[in-house]
Design a protein around this ligand. Structure first.
Ligand SMILES: *[C@@H]1O[C@H](CO)[C@@H](O)[C@H](O)[C@H]1NC(C)=O
Length: 619
């Protein structure tokens, strides 16, 4: 392992087009923010935020040529643009113009002229005056209907929990209870949340390492998003990101987003495996499909829609600062526009470039593939040679992605994951909207999950003792290393961009990772021991793993609020990303406790009690 890292460090690409520190010190600052609060506190205060294009005022212009050359490197931000938040009233007090935006532009142009550059306003985020700011503080806008609705829903949830808990405690431990009311008991749900294993069934107990896997993946996702958010905001030292983005190890985060595929694989594995266990003693037919879908919706939608609802209503009001409106405010508006698409799980297909909470594409894809997966599992259960048919479908799905990628020129994320594209969350990149977030992009992982479930079930039924095959231990032990290597291989892969090559990589990238992860999963479930299994089966992960949905939903809101409320450009560094990540994960898990306990668990149980009474319990 250590030698692998060394090899990678040696392979660090030569810093070809980087400039010396002295040259760099002559660049205009990429980001600048004046004091927002002090500016707007003064009568007549005017604060504007926006981006400017630079152009040379004379030819030749050595500095401008250098800026252009520097920007042409894909790892660098575009330095012929400037991002400014100016207290226009203090910087240019004697300047007057037709409109605040014009005044802002001329004020910035004055500064740029000192470097013989012309700055023209490319995008205005906002201009705010003292009068507007104080009007807002003294008489906040009245609540609108969605905001009121959100409060009513919150109130109803609390009331249900109070009623359910009082009922549960009052009737004592042994009484026969109304299942609908008692499903809202905080006490009962707390016991479920903290139980060591929900089912006594040994086959399901064997799945306990999966909770550890979930927690590990959530941590990785949160770490990636913390770095992502630094990249998206105003930075004090953008050069650090530019330089670190060349580091091969960073590929773990850029290309590591493919680990989300493991979630897709796991969820379809569990779906099919539970279904197969169910078929052992029950008849099976396509009529189960609505039940399975409803059950999934009952589990996901309450938390999903409550958090998205918060983002669409109260999030924007919950803070302020120079960067608050263009980041949190803009995303909150997107949530309001797209809320209904979230209700129907089509937010990744309708207007996919308008993003409300980046992580929600996954919930949409997961639901779309869950229905498809259930359909396939129901069709194939009890059929002979089901694994072979699934394997054929898997090959077809990979070929489909390659063909789509070839036809439309879509590429895997390594080809467009650079600081400057990440800054706008890959907006305007069709590969992200139509391949990365699309259901067909994750279809292979879904099929792999189904395939493994059928294999695992058949192995169990046939009584095959996988752990007695000694030679299997080698690939099993190597698989985690192979996963990391496959992700890091992105460094190498992205040097080649022939259309046939990028299309082939699209076909392989995600499926290989899912297959490797699936191999580990099968090994763990079939008695192959190892440090990974012991680590993942730790009891402490159980409750945390059960809160994954709430954490997935909450972390982006918490992390962005934390970062966007800072009144100054962020000084970014490894430590500061780690600090944001630690704060976000602690806060997400803490807030996820009430959310899981008072909404996710009771809502799912309540629907089960109401509608699915005759259906068997499934994990
Ligand atoms: C940088 O931005 C300017 C517009 O300000 C644009 O014309 C140019 O193509 C961009 N450069 C790169 C390398 O993207």
């Amino acid at each position: 392992m250590a030698s692998l890292w060394c090899l990678l460090l040696l392979a660090l690409p030569v810093l070809a087009r980087d400039v010396t520190d002295e040259e760099y010190s002559r660049f205009p600052r990429l980001y600048q923010l004046d004091d927002y609060g002090a500016c707007l506190a003064r009568p007549g205060g005017l604060y504007c935020l926006g981006s400017f294009h630079l152009a040379p005022l004379q030819q030749p212009h050595a500095l401008y040529d250098m800026l252009q050359e520097y920007s042409s490197d894909r790892h660098h931000f575009n330095r012929t643009q400037l991002h400014r938040g100016y207290c226009v009233s203090a910087r240019c007090p004697r300047l007057h113009a037709r409109s605040p935006a014009r005044r802002f532009e001329r004020c910035a142009a004055l500064r740029a002229r000192r470097l013989a550059l012309r700055a023209s306003l490319a995008r205005l985020a906002y201009c705010r005056t003292h009068a507007q700011e104080y009007a807002r503080q003294h008489s906040p806008a009245p609540l609108d209907l969605p905001q009121k609705l959100f409060l009513y829903v919150l109130g109803a949830i609390v009331a249900l929990n109070v009623a359910g808990t009082v009922y549960d405690v009052a009737t004592g431990d042994h009484a026969k209870k109304n299942p609908v009311l008692s499903s809202w008991s905080v006490r009962g749900n707390w016991r479920r949340l903290t139980a060591s294993c929900a089912d006594g069934d040994p086959r399901l107990a064997a799945l306990s390492p999966l909770q550890g896997v979930r927690v590990l993946l959530m941590m990785l996702i949160m770490a990636t998003h913390s770095g992502c958010i630094h990249d998206m905001l105003y930075l004090y030292n953008p050069r650090w990101i530019e330089q670190i983005s060349r580091h091969p190890v960073l590929m773990i985060f850029l290309n590591g987003t493919a680990v989300v595929q493991i979630f897709v694989m796991l969820s379809n594995f569990l779906l099919a495996y539970n279904l197969l266990l169910y078929t052992k003693s029950n008849p099976i037919s396509l009529r189960l499909l609505p039940y399975i879908t409803l059950k999934r919706i009952a589990r996901i939608s309450p938390v999903y829609l409550l958090v998205t609802g918060y983002a669409a209503t109260w999030w924007a009001r919950s803070g302020s600062g120079p960067l608050w409106a263009p980041t949190v405010g803009a995303e909150s508006d997107a949530c309001r526009r797209k809320f209904w698409t979230h209700v129907f799980y089509v937010n990744n297909l309708l207007d996919p470039e308008d993003i409300c909470l980046v992580q929600t594409w996954f919930l949409a894809v997961d639901m779309q593939l869950h229905v498809l997966g259930a359909l396939l599992a129901l069709r194939l259960a009890r059929r002979p040679r089901a694994p072979r048919r699934l394997a054929r479908l898997l090959l077809a799905a990979c070929a489909l992605n390659a063909a789509l990628a070839y036809a439309f020129g879509w590429k895997s994320i390594v080809y467009f994951a650079y600081p400057s594209t990440l800054k706008t969350m890959y907006s305007g990149i069709p590969s992200f909207a139509w391949l990365y977030q699309a259901p067909w992009g994750s279809l292979p992982a879904c099929l792999i999950g189904l395939l493994l479930a059928f294999l695992h079930f058949e192995l169990q039924e046939a009584g095959v003792k996988v752990s007695s095959y000694q030679w299997l231990r080698v690939p099993y032990a190597l698989a985690p290393l192979l996963i990391v290597s496959w992700i890091l291989a992105g460094n190498y892969v992205r040097q080649f961009d022939a259309p046939w090559f990028t299309a082939a990589y699209v076909a392989l990238e995600r499926p290989v990772l899912s297959l490797l992860a699936g191999g580990i999963l099968l090994g763990m479930l079939n008695g192959l021991e190892g440090w990974l299994k012991h680590l993942m089966a730790w009891r402490g992960w159980q409750a945390m793993g059960r809160m994954s949905l709430s954490v997935l939903m909450l972390h982006w809101i918490l992390n962005l609020s934390l970062a966007a409320s800072r009144p100054q450009p962020i000084t970014t560094s490894l430590f500061s990303v780690v600090v944001d990540w630690a704060a976000t994960s602690a806060a997400s898990y803490a807030l996820a406790v009430p959310l899981t306990l008072m909404l996710e668990m009771p809502a799912a149980r309540c629907v089960t009690a109401l509608v699915l009474r005759r259906e068997p319990k499934r994990a």
